[in-house]
Structure formats: C-alpha cells, structure tokens
Design a protein around this ligand. Structure first.
Ligand SMILES: [Zn+2]
Length: 223
C-alpha cells in the first residue's frame, strides 16, 4: 500500500497474515494483516506507536455516502479492497505481501492486547462474517452450553442462515473487542513464507484443517 500525501497515516509492521485461496489469474488474495504500529501520523487519534493493530479487507471508501456515514463502509459503492483494487491514487493495492503497510486509521482496528497476533488474525474474516449477521438478527449475546451436547439445543421460531462478506469498520472493531473479552481466537496453522506454494497445493487438495497464517515478520527476520 503506497503512502499518500496525507501525513495522518499509520505504518504497521506486518508480521502475520492469513492465506486464502488464489484464483486462476494468480491475483493476490491475502487479507487480514495483524502487526504492531511502528509509526503514527500527526493527525492519528486512535493509535500510538507499539499498539497491536489489524487491517482487513477494506482500506478505503468515499466517506460521503449514506453507507459511509452509517459505519457501513463495506456497502460503499467506492469501497476499496486491500488487495487487487485501485487505491485513491490509482495504484493497485497489494494485500499483505510485505513487512510493512500504510493505512488510514479509519481502516485499522485495535487488536486486543491479550490475543495472539497469529491466531487472532483470521477473526477479521471468519469472525466478522459471523458476528455481523448474528448481531443483525439479535443474537449478539454469547451463548454457552455445557455437556452433554445433546441437551443443548437452540430453539428459534424460524430457520434462517445468514452470512456477510465483511462488516463495516465500527462493527469489525466491536467483533474483535468481543473476541478479546472472551478470549476467542481461530485455530490456525502458522507457516513461513517459503511454504506458501506448498500451502496452495494443499488448499487445492482440501488438505488443510485450519486457516493458514503466514508469519512474515519472523520469516524476513530469519532470512
Ligand atoms: Zn461511501
């Protein structure tokens, strides 16, 4: 992600990112980058150097439409993906294949201090896509159920399955805060960068049990 002329942008050391499938055009399909803020612009209010942070699928939007005004940047017609999309200045966003990323603070979420950066990284994908529709349908309180599992049934008046491709930034922050409060992380398989091609082959064969997360920071540090 190239820096823009504004000075209020965040620089983050990108240590980990989630590996998703690649399409036939070999386009970059990596999103959810967690790391530590290494530099903060003069107008940034939400973060300071050293904060754990994460960036998801979205790095820009118009900021003037009704959706943007209502914290639904994910529905903005000018929403900018963090990968394979023209940024404001026309350059193409590159996802997380880097040890550094620059992003507008609006699209950076505060990562819970108590969660590990690797296992928490996929939450901006798999977490928000569940949290957002659950909240929409009034299922925002955690439900715990004790064994035996057969006795634990969720009764609802209607059957409905819902998901979403992503959430707005406010809702995404709510989700990750919820995960931090309840110590929720994802099951992952942490891999070094030079394992990516093998991981892709395994993805193609469905030979993967958990989310792949690439440890970019440590891979580069040991190179
Ligand atoms: Zn908009």
């Amino acid at each position: 992600m190239p820096p823009t002329s504004s000075s209020c942008y965040w620089h983050g050391s990108q240590q980990l990112m989630q590996l998703l499938n690649q399409n036939k055009n070999k386009k970059k399909r990596l999103h959810e980058f967690s790391g530590v803020a290494t530099e903060v612009g003069c107008k940034v209010k939400k973060f300071k150097e050293g904060d754990k942070v994460e960036v998801g699928c979205i790095v820009g939007a118009c900021h003037s439409c009704d959706n943007c005004a209502n914290d639904l940047e994910n529905y903005c017609p000018k929403m900018i993906f963090s990968y394979n999309a023209p940024y404001y200045d026309g350059t193409i966003t590159n996802g997380g294949y880097s040890d550094m990323m620059v992003a507008n603070e609006r699209y950076v979420v505060r990562f819970p201090e108590n969660l590990p950066l690797d296992a928490g990284a996929p939450l901006l994908c798999a977490g928000i896509t569940v949290h957002s529709p659950m909240k929409y349908f009034g299922l925002s309180n955690p439900v715990s159920c004790s064994i035996p599992p057969k006795k634990c049934r969720l009764h609802t008046g209607r059957k409905l399955v819902a998901d979403t491709a992503m959430g707005g930034m406010k809702e995404t922050q709510e989700m990750i805060d919820f995960a931090g409060k309840h110590n929720i992380t994802a099951d992952i398989e942490l891999i070094p960068m030079d394992y990516v091609n093998t991981a892709m082959k395994r993805l193609a064969k469905a030979d993967v049990r958990y989310r792949f997360v690439i440890d970019i920071g440590n891979t580069l540090a040991s190179a």
